[in-house]
Design a protein around this ligand. Structure first.
Ligand SMILES: Nc1ncnc2c1ncn2[C@@H]1O[C@H](COP(=O)(O)OP(=O)(O)OP(=O)(O)O)[C@@H](O)[C@H]1O
Length: 939
């Protein structure tokens, strides 16, 4: 096997060709650093992604023709990341190194200098106090911050692991080659492409690793040596051709990257004598460019016609070695002006390289994408060598580099191109490649061709250039046309795909809107149904409300009706209820406004009622009343139409009314002036402080009203039972008095006596009561009658009393009750028979007292006779305080007569309130009085 025209290695000159000067933004300004736009449906529909259309990579599956053979099973392979730690060296002084550096070339470096540097490495290492990067094992390192930094920023040590291999500072070039590059070269010789890229801070040893020196050759010389030695030892007769190309991409005064073809025979290339090497504070020999070396192998018997038809160099293997410009920190390098721009370029390019590894190439990185198409597409094996400095002062650079590169260790190549071990006798790779990959390759190649031959000397095989005939050129043009069409198809396909995605987003949004409309309609129909049912219910309630309203009207008209005491109370109670619960007037006004609608009740709920409603969870049933909640909160009255009231509320109202009735008849206590005085004496003014009805001291008011709950804790309550008894007795007294005082009745009595109706009482002397003696006036009659009674009582001898002990007791009790009614504390049992005096003085005194009492009674009777009569007064402790209060005008007063002639023990017990009880009591009282009168008359 012969080696074809291997170009001589340039020694001290750099060959540079004028690249087309077209304005191009720097990578930093065009590379989107953010995450690629997601195709997921978002809430907001994004704008049309025209940029994405032009850059979206089309999945290969859809582009594979149906007739294509099945795709070869792909194998995934991790990106191999190696780490090489540079020996610690003492940095030479800048002034001296600038002078020396002016005479240094880019590549190869001065072996003697390298050697010196190597020699001094270990020595220098001893001088350094601290080492920031320590090797744990062959796959991990620990980055330790310098003590000063650890103290200041509390920076902790970091462990980086997962490296394919970590080369220590003492590792040799051959050791690195064996572990890292040898496998790639082996694959390359078997027809598999591969790439090695060196990354690291400036001065960390990238160039040393990639190129090395003559005495300590790096990866490229060692790879070439192996390749050519392989060729020599290979017994195969197959002819191979190897092509070596070298690109250097650098930034010229910050205008953008340029591509240099370093080949010797590059037609219109001109020689540039200047050294593109630069010098920074970090590295006196810093190579300020990205350098790419391609080694391509081809087999001699390849059918070049098929090559043109496919447009793919799949029959070749490509080994690429990249020496990236060193990333560096501007602060450390001290770069300014053009150097700073250059530094930015380098850093950005290194970063872009990292992005290339992760993502598909973008248009702005055309230089890289053209130079490293397969690797960028993730189709080729790739290894990354990180070079690091381990000195204390290199901590920041090393840390930055490790952090930037550590994610690369997780990268997997899903579709690693499997090149047949032997191209001969196997199916050509080009036939099995996906069409899209072919098109990309075609694009890449066509670009090369379209550059007016500028790059053809490098890209196309030498044999192709020699055999390039007009037919071939025509064929190439056809290929170009097809490539162009392919590209257009590609763009159209992406466009339609993006359009499809946008339409899909709109469709999703439309569906969501339709669902929302549907649910709204559904809710609307439900509400309509509910409204109909409520309307029906409302009509029903209205019809019922008319009847109730009529009843209310009757109640209002009956305010003046007082046919009987009980009836009066009932009416009063009703009026009271109406005044608090029914607003008849407002209703009438409103009903007039509402076109003379049928009258209905307006029910006022106080807060208690509203709370009850709330407790019973009836808010839904009176949902029509929007003011309910606000009324509750504001503690205000709420007017609800009667037809809005649920039935249970009506029941409550009915019960409420009943309570009101009972309340009216039982809770009001009337005190006369005398009792008020007693109250004053008992010094309970303070206890009655809350009673608004209490007249001020010295007031002429005779009567006032104290509510039962206002006297509940006062001494008045103790008097309450007595009052009740007195009231009842008063009723009896009244009836009995009427019997006596009424002239007509007296006559009737006399007549009855005369007719012998009282024959049973043989002792009764009718002549004792003559018609003449009956006063024409009620007062006189009554007074006379009473005086007569008293006289009769005093005329009774003690023997008579003794003869009938029971009657004596009755009389005594009557006496005591009459005399000591005011005191009220004296009990009947306290009065002995002996105490009933039989002497005249005592009787006289009693007589005087009786007269006083009778006079007082008459006065009281006069005062209260004009007032309405209360039939019953009873205290009920179960009444609600709020509803017991009644206006004084609605309370009927009654004279409380001092009972002086009726035995209290004869009185009926207090039964329930009502007409029946009153009637019974009255009857009983009358009977008792009659019996006593008979007895007195008899005596
Ligand atoms: N492993 C090593 N053993 C001995 N010397 C080394 C080693 N690595 C680097 N050096 C020396 O360190 C100096 C800087 O190395 P080199 O130029 O390769 O760094 P670099 O990473 O390429 O810098 P830049 O990115 O700025 O070009 C050189 O003189 C080189 O000989």
């Amino acid at each position: 096997m012969e080696i074809k025209s291997l170009p001589p290695v340039p020694k001290t000159v750099t060959v540079r060709r004028n690249p087309p000067r077209r304005a191009r933004p720097t990578p930093a300004t065009v590379v989107p650093l953010s995450a690629p736009p997601s195709s997921k449906t978002s809430s907001a529909i994004r704008s049309f992604p025209i940029e994405d259309i032009l850059s979206i990579d089309i999945p290969g599956k859809q582009d594979v023709p149906e007739s294509s053979p099945p795709k070869e099973p792909s194998s995934s392979e991790k990106l191999k990341v190696f780490l090489r730690i540079k020996p610690i060296v003492t940095q030479p002084k800048v002034g001296v190194s600038v002078k020396n550096a002016a005479h240094k070339n880019v590549w190869p470096q001065n072996p003697s200098k390298k050697k010196d540097a190597s020699k001094t490495a270990n020595v220098a290492g001893k001088k350094t106090n601290e080492i920031c990067l320590k090797m744990n094992d062959s796959h991990s390192v620990t980055l330790c911050p310098p003590q000063s930094l650890a103290d200041a920023r509390r920076t902790k040590s970091e462990v980086y692991e997962g490296f394919s291999h970590v080369f220590c500072a003492e590792s040799s070039q051959s050791e690195v080659y064996e572990k890292m590059v040898n496998p790639l070269v082996d694959d390359f010789l078997k027809g598999k492409s591969g790439m090695l890229a060196a990354m690291g801070p400036s001065g960390s040893g990238k160039t040393h690793t990639v190129f090395g020196s003559a005495r300590d050759p790096g990866m490229v010389p060692l790879a070439l040596r192996q390749i050519f030695s392989e060729k020599e030892t290979n017994g195969s007769k197959c002819s191979r051709t190897f092509y070596l190309s070298m690109f250097e991409i650098y930034s010229e005064r910050g205008k953008g990257e340029k591509i240099m073809d370093l080949s010797e025979d590059g037609g219109d290339l001109f020689m540039q004598q200047s050294n593109i090497k630069a010098m920074t504070n970090s590295n006196i020999q810093s190579s300020r460019s990205q350098c790419i070396i391609n080694i391509r192998s081809e087999f001699e018997n390849i059918d070049f016609h098929s090559y043109f038809h496919t447009g793919v160099q799949s029959c070749t293997a490509l080994l690429t070695i990249v020496d990236l410009a060193g990333a560096e920190r501007e602060k450390r390098t001290g770069n300014q002006g053009a150097r700073l721009l250059e530094s930015n370029f380098i850093n950005n390019t290194s970063m872009v390289f990292g992005l290339f590894v992760i993502r598909a190439p973008k248009e702005p990185q055309e230089a890289f994408s053209q130079a490293l198409p397969k690797f960028i597409e993730g189709k080729k094996r790739m290894a990354l060598i990180l070079t690091a400095k381990s000195g204390e002062e290199d901590y920041q650079d090393t840390s930055y580099m490790l952090r930037q590169a550590s994610p690369f260790m997780n990268i997997k190549f899903e579709n690693v191109e499997e090149q047949p071990a032997n191209a001969f006798g196997n199916k050509k790779r080009t036939q099995t490649l996906p069409k899209i990959e072919q098109s990309k390759r075609m694009r890449f190649n066509s670009n090369e061709v379209c550059m007016n031959g500028e790059l053809k000397g490098d890209i196309f095989p030498q044999i192709l250039k020699e055999e390039l005939t007009p037919e071939k050129v025509k064929e190439v043009e056809q290929v170009n046309g097809s490539v162009k069409r392919e590209r257009e198809n590609h763009i159209l396909l992406n466009f339609s795909r993006a359009l499809w995605n946008v339409l899909k987003e709109y469709k999703n949004k439309l569906e969501a809107s339709e669902n929302e409309v549907h649910s709204l309609r559904h809710n609307l129909s439900i509400e309509k149904e509910r409204s109909c049912s409520l309307e029906t219910e409302l009509n029903l309630i209205k019809s019922c409300g008319k009847e109730k309203a009529a009843n209310v009207q009757v109640v209002k008209e009956n305010e003046i009706i007082q046919t009987s005491t009980n009836c009066s109370l009932e009416v009063e109670s009703c009026v009271e209820t109406v005044s608090t619960s029914l607003c008849v007037e407002s209703f009438q006004e409103q009903s007039k406004k509402k076109d003379n609608l049928a009258p209905c009740e307006y029910v006022v709920f106080d807060k208690e009622d509203l709370k009850e409603l709330e407790d019973k969870d009836f808010s839904s049933e009176i949902a029509g009343c929007d003011n309910l909640e606000s009324a509750i909160n504001n503690d205000s009255e709420l007017f609800i139409q009667e037809d809005e009231i649920p039935s249970f509320v009506k029941e409550d109202q009915h019960q409420h009314k009943e309570e009101e009735k009972a309340d009216v008849s039982s809770t009001n206590v009337v005190f006369d002036k005398q009792e008020f005085k007693e109250v004053e004496e008992k010094d309970v003014i303070t206890e009655l402080a809350g009673c608004d009805g209490l007249p001020p001291a010295g007031s002429e008011s005779v009567l006032f009203v104290v509510h039962e709950d206002e006297v509940s804790s006062s001494p008045l309550k103790e008097d309450q039972p007595k009052h009740e008894e007195e009231v009842i007795d008063q009723k009896v007294d009244e009836s009995s008095t009427n019997i006596v005082s009424d002239k007509l009745e007296i006559k009737e009595v006399e007549e009855k006596e005369a007719n012998g109706e009282l024959a049973g009482d043989g002792d009764l002397e009718v002549s004792d009561v003559h018609e003449d003696e009956v006063s024409s006036t009620l007062e006189e009659n009554q007074q006379k009658q009473e005086e007569k009674e008293i006289d009769q009582e005093f005329d009774v001898s003690s023997s008579n009393i003794v003869s009938d002990k029971q009657e004596i007791k009755e009389v005594e009790e009557v006496e005591v009750n009459g005399e000591l009614a005011v005191d009220g504390e004296l009990k009947v049992s306290d009065v002995n028979e002996d105490e009933v005096s039989s002497t005249f003085e005592e009787n006289q005194q009693k007589q005087e007292e009786k007269e006083d009492i009778v006079n007082t009674k008459s006065v009281c009777t006069e005062d209260v006779s004009k007032l309405p009569v209360v039939s019953n007064i009873q205290v009920s402790s179960a009444m609600k305080p709020k509803r017991r209060l009644r206006p004084a005008s609605s309370v009927m007063l009654r004279n409380i007569n001092i009972l002086d002639s009726i035995d209290a023990t004869e009185m009926p017990k207090h039964g329930k309130r009502g007409e029946k009880d009153v009637g019974e009591k009255r009857t009983q009282g009358s009977i008792t009085l009659m019996r006593l009168l008979k007895q007195n008359l008899h005596h």
